[in-house]
Ligand binder design. Structure first.
Ligand SMILES: Nc1ncnc2c1ncn2[C@@H]1O[C@H](COP(=O)(O)OP(=O)(O)O)[C@@H](O)[C@H]1O
Ligand SMILES: [Mg+2]
Length: 312
């Protein structure tokens, strides 16, 4: 892998009897967006907190921008930004005053901080709202302001922990736009999400995390390809369900799911041809209104991956 800017090896972390991380490995190339995708409780926040130096691992090591997150925590902190689900901005102040306060807190040169703030407010669509109090901002606006505070210091790596959780669709779209703009700047982004579509939209690479471990890794396309295609069959008549299910089981080696009163869906290993499938159904006397071979959605990939681990 070329020049990873974030590396984690064998991270372990327990809270009492809860093993939040159980040997997490991660490697994020410079200038990319890595999506850490996993359900609630998978260990995403624990991993991000360790990488951002807010918490030490029990075992394993991690480095950001070449510095060890435990031994060189200060050096790491100077090079990262962390924006979370709970935007850390002061409600009573205007957006602009929040940024000014942040600049003073971090001893940024005043003029440069002001110019940079104006540029970022403009870029993230907050220029018109900059002199209004944050109390009147929407959720999406607050999080964009929070992002801007992180970006004032020009971090090399930005950690976004569930940046769109709790936002309405419009707020999510606003944050997605902001993240895309960052990537154009060359900032490396590590974002955690429970949303498959978010990882699909934003991430160059996805690490699927489940119970404290990375269980799959790849581009969205690679992950979809890894579990093969998906076969959807719509029958002309629900009475064909049983014979169709037998045929599909024979092809896929697993029971198809009923996805409607007249339809079935099954994951299919690569190499099957649509014409052969049609012929097999035909031979079993099944009349199909529609047969489709398609790439799985990331949702289906995720369900399959976590189910495989369950039975392993
Ligand atoms: N400070 C803590 N004290 C006790 N348990 C914790 C603490 N932080 C996280 N956990 C537990 O560790 C597991 C992973 O949590 P977390 O990293 O927050 O997952 P995620 O961010 O993926 O939802 C969960 O079971 C959670 O309850
Ligand atoms: Mg979390």
């Amino acid at each position: 892998m070329p020049d990873p800017i974030v590396v984690a090896e064998g991270l372990h972390k327990a809270f009492g009897g809860t093993r939040a991380l159980r040997g997490l490995d991660l490697s994020v190339p410079r200038g990319t967006v890595c999506g850490l995708l996993g359900p609630n409780g998978a260990g995403k926040t624990t991993a991000v907190r360790i990488l951002a130096t807010l918490s030490d691992p029990d075992a394993g090591r991690a480095a950001v921008a070449g510095y060890d997150v435990v031994r060189d925590a200060r050096k790491v902190r100077e090079r990262i930004g962390l924006a979370g689900q709970y935007a850390a901005v002061d409600e009573k102040l205007t957006g602009r005053a929040n940024l000014r306060m942040f600049g003073r807190l971090h001893h940024l040169p005043r003029r440069e901080a002001r110019t940079r703030a104006d540029e970022l407010l403009d870029r993230f669509g907050l220029a018109d709202a900059a002199d209004r109090r944050v109390a009147g901002y929407s959720g999406g606006m607050r999080r964009r302001l929070d992002l801007i505070t992180c970006l004032l210091r020009r971090p090399k790596v930005l950690f976004l922990d569930e940046p769109t959780t709790g936002l309405d669709p419009r707020g999510r779209a606003e944050i997605w736009g902001a993240v895309r703009a960052l990537v154009g700047d060359g900032t490396t982004v590590l974002l955690t999400t429970q949303y498959l579509d978010e990882a699909d939209q934003l991430a160059d690479d996805i690490a699927v995390i489940d119970r404290g471990r990375v269980i799959a890794r790849g581009t969205p396309d690679e992950l979809k390809a890894a579990i093969g295609d998906r076969l959807d069959v719509v029958l002309e008549d629900p009475s064909g369900l049983r014979p169709a299910a037998v045929v599909l089981h024979g092809l896929a080696g697993t029971d198809p799911a009923m996805t409607g009163r007249d339809r079935l869906s099954v994951p299919l290993p690569g190499g099957h041809r649509l014409a052969d499938i049609v012929r097999e159904l035909d031979r079993a006397g099944v009349a199909a209104a529609d047969i489709r071979l398609r790439r799985p959605t990331l949702d289906e990939v995720f369900l399959r991956l976590t189910a495989q681990k369950e039975s392993a």
